[in-house]
Design a protein around this ligand. Structure first.
Ligand code: ADP
Length: 444
């Protein structure tokens, strides 16, 4: 029943009692003062009830609204304290509770904010999944690492990550309730992850943390190969030197012609070792910034022609056609001419070394993106396999077919560091059997 209806019923009842009493009084002959006192007290009761009844129902209504808000997780407005008696106490306690709930909610929001900030700033990918393996939370790192959209929340883990080995760890954790740990390689792009799946303390589900180890693994492999390669590079000339020395001692020293030949070969091997040690030292100096660049505006047209002329006798000897194509009107670029010459000579050396007689080599220079110049060395040589291509700028890296072919495997590593020190980039494209093109940029 609404508050107005209650009010009307009570008022009507009080007035009816007053009227009945008045009529009865008149009939029975009561005196006028007594009747007036009855009517006055009835009226007072009616007025009191009139104000008391609505105050109960409106208070109830206010409490009802406040509780619903609270139930919905929203701190309600403070209750007006117009009620009296127990209801006033109830409102007071409710206001206290509301204040505490409000404080808790605000502190929870602050904590949540911190948690989100932390989740989004860790280098690991984090997924939270429910008992059905549906993602309920994901951090930005995970979105980036697995190329996902924020709408991935709600989808199943396998649907998002698409790797069965990875998904199996999550499923085992959900089924057993125990922590799972594993190293996973995701193909086809061969990315390595260290994964930990932990069940949360008080609810079903799992927290998945994945660390991308791809770069670390790559660096490990580079380091391993570096050690293997440097020992190989040292072992080969050292073994030759030892053999030559032993043969000389074994009698070859008495044959002047053979002895002279052996001494020549000893000199060649020592030169190789010396060059390798020099290049290694140079590489580490460039890398550590100990070899500062002396940059001056460089006219690329005349510079490239000069270097090409220097290399022409070698390319002629290898029966290769060497040509230069420089875009007209190239503006000078600031560069350390000696260093850039070292880069260009190295690229030309390789082009000559890895191209069969009759082939062509073209050195070109063109503007790039309006703020750089791109220099390219293109050959029609043996090319580089897709497997070797990403690794040729590593120190000592040689494609298998180039093994034993004289070079130290340091030339491109040095070239890369020189170009980087100039703020440029170096890259290679190649089609095995058809040729390679090496590009490097110099910013203006
Ligand atoms: P090096 O030439 O002394 O072996 P580099 O660092 O200059 O060392 O080159 C590394 C490797 O890259 C070479 O051993 C070769 O396998 C490959 N390479 C470089 N340039 C070319 C090219 N123009 N054509 C084919 N292979 C190349």
């Amino acid at each position: 029943m609404s508050s107005n209806a209650i009010r009307s019923v009570i008022l009507f009842t009080v007035i009816a009692i007053a009227v009945v009493l008045t009529v009865v009084g008149f009939i029975r002959g009561f005196n006028l003062e007594l009747l007036l006192a009855w009517i006055a007290s009835s009226a007072a009761a009616a007025v009191a009830i009139y104000f008391f009844v609505p105050s109960i129902t409106e208070d109830e209504l206010e409490l009802d609204v406040a509780m619903k808000k609270l139930g919905g997780g929203e701190p309600p407005d403070k209750l007006r304290l117009v009620a009296i008696g127990e209801l006033a106490d109830l409102k007071h306690s409710f206001n206290e509770m509301t204040k505490q709930v409000g404080d808790r909610l605000r502190s929870l929001e602050r904590e949540n904010g911190k948690l989100e900030l932390m989740m989004d700033n860790v280098a690991d990918a984090i997924f939270v999944v429910n008992r059905y393996s549906e993602i309920t939370m994901v951090n930005n790192t995970a979105l980036r690492m697995f190329n996902l959209e924020p709408s991935v929340v709600g989808r199943t883990f396998i649907d998002a990550v698409r790797d069965h080995e990875f998904d199996a760890l999550v499923k085992t954790c959900l089924a057993s309730g125990s922590r799972q740990h594993g190293s996973i390689e995701i193909r086809p792009d061969r990315r390595f992850f260290e994964v930990t799946v932990t069940p949360p303390k008080n609810e079903p589900g799992a927290v998945v943390v994945a660390r991308d180890l791809t770069e670390i693994k790559r660096l490990e492999r580079v380091r391993r190969d570096f050690v293997a390669n440097i020992s190989h590079e040292l072992r080969t000339p050292l073994a030759s030197l030892k053999l030559l020395a032993e043969t000389l001692r074994g009698g070859a020293i008495d044959d002047p012609a053979v002895a002279a030949d052996f001494l020549n070969r000893i000199e060649v091997e020592t030169d190789k070792l010396t060059q390798m040690v020099r290049e290694l030292g140079e590489l580490s100096r460039i890398e550590s910034g100990e070899a500062p660049l002396s940059k001056k505006p460089m006219d690329l047209g005349s510079f490239i022609n000069k270097v090409a002329e220097r290399m022409r006798p070698q390319s002629d000897r290898a029966e290769l056609a060497l040509s230069v194509e420089v875009a007209p009107g190239l503006r000078p670029v600031p560069a350390d001419a000696d260093r850039i010459e070292q880069v260009l000579v190295n690229l030309l050396h390789n082009a000559i070394k890895f191209t069969s007689p009759g082939g062509r080599i073209i050195v070109s220079a063109n503007p790039k993106n309006g703020n750089a110049v791109e220099i390219a060395v293109k050959d029609t040589g043996m090319g580089i396999s897709a497997e070797d291509l990403p690794r040729i700028f590593e120190r000592f890296y040689k494609a298998d077919k180039a093994r034993g072919g004289g070079g130290t495997g340091l030339g491109l590593a040095i070239a890369k560091h020189i170009v980087k020190a100039h703020g440029g980039d170096i890259r290679a494209e190649s089609v095995p059997g058809q040729g390679s093109t090496f590009y490097f940029t110099l910013p203006r």
